[in-house]
Design a protein around this ligand. Structure first.
Ligand SMILES: O=C(O)CCC(=O)C(=O)O
Ligand SMILES: [Fe+2]
Length: 228
């Protein structure tokens, strides 16, 4: 399931994010790449000791946590602290890869986040760079994604994806990995569809007895499938 969320960041948050990134130094994207990803990855990334990284992470996590669509689509259990990347120099790119399944969490020490869902938050205006499409493959084909600054795409971490070379300008983004309460993408999809249909029904006809019963069924399915 590939879902976009427009305007995850407010204009003020987007401006603050860009300002902090403009005052940051970029390191090699290879810092968080495994051996296979290292062959595909040619971009830049904020290093873990970057001065503004805690503020940037706080800003993005705050925007995710207040967004009901993000919650409904991901059912987040754990979110790895977001990373920030940059593609520029007319060459940066990220070739086809699948994200690692398990990522070491900063705390508690020795624990892992299972990447069920990957997400990219676009931070540059699309007209200011060429290329840089995040291309995601699923059973329905290949989907090139290039969103307005401040908008987010989420997709299953199990999908093959790539970022095409940025041949003009710079592409700034924040990328993240989420462990869902519901591990299975098919079950997650059913819950999301049901949640959205219930939302529409509630708006159309209000909290009628069948709507209350169906909402109960949503929660009972979640109770059956959720893990923590
Ligand atoms: O830059 C992006 O949009 C995606 C980055 C990515 O796929 C990764 O870091 O694993
Ligand atoms: Fe990736």
């Amino acid at each position: 399931m590939l879902i976009t969320i427009d305007n995850l960041l407010t204009l003020d948050e987007l401006a603050a994010t860009r300002d902090l990134l403009a005052r940051s130094r970029w390191g090699s994207g290879l810092a968080t790449a495994g051996t296979q990803a290292a062959l595909a990855k040619n971009n830049q990334q904020l290093t873990e000791d970057a001065e503004h990284l805690p503020t940037l992470r706080h800003l993005v996590l705050n925007a995710l946590n207040r967004n009901p669509l993000f919650f409904a689509a991901t059912l987040p259990l754990k979110i790895l602290p977001p990373f920030f990347n940059r593609y520029a120099d007319q060459t940066n790119t990220y070739d086809w890869h699948i994200d690692n399944a398990m990522r070491l969490a900063p705390h508690p020490p020795g624990t892992y986040v299972r990447a069920d869902i990957s997400a990219t938050l676009f931070l540059s205006d699309p007209e200011n760079y060429d290329g840089g499409e995040l291309t995601i493959e699923d059973t329905f084909g290949s989907h090139p994604i290039k969103l307005a600054a401040g908008s987010l795409v989420i997709y299953p971490s199990s999908s093959l994806h790539a970022v095409t070379p940025v041949t003009r300008g710079e592409r700034l983004a924040c990328f993240m990995f989420i462990q869902s309460m519901v591990r299975d993408p098919g079950q997650r999809r059913l819950l999301y569809d049901m949640d959205m249909a219930l939302l529409a029904l509630r708006n159309d006809i209000g909290e009628t007895d069948p709507v209350i019963r169906l909402t109960g069924t949503y929660h009972n399915l979640l109770r059956r499938w959720a893990e923590n």
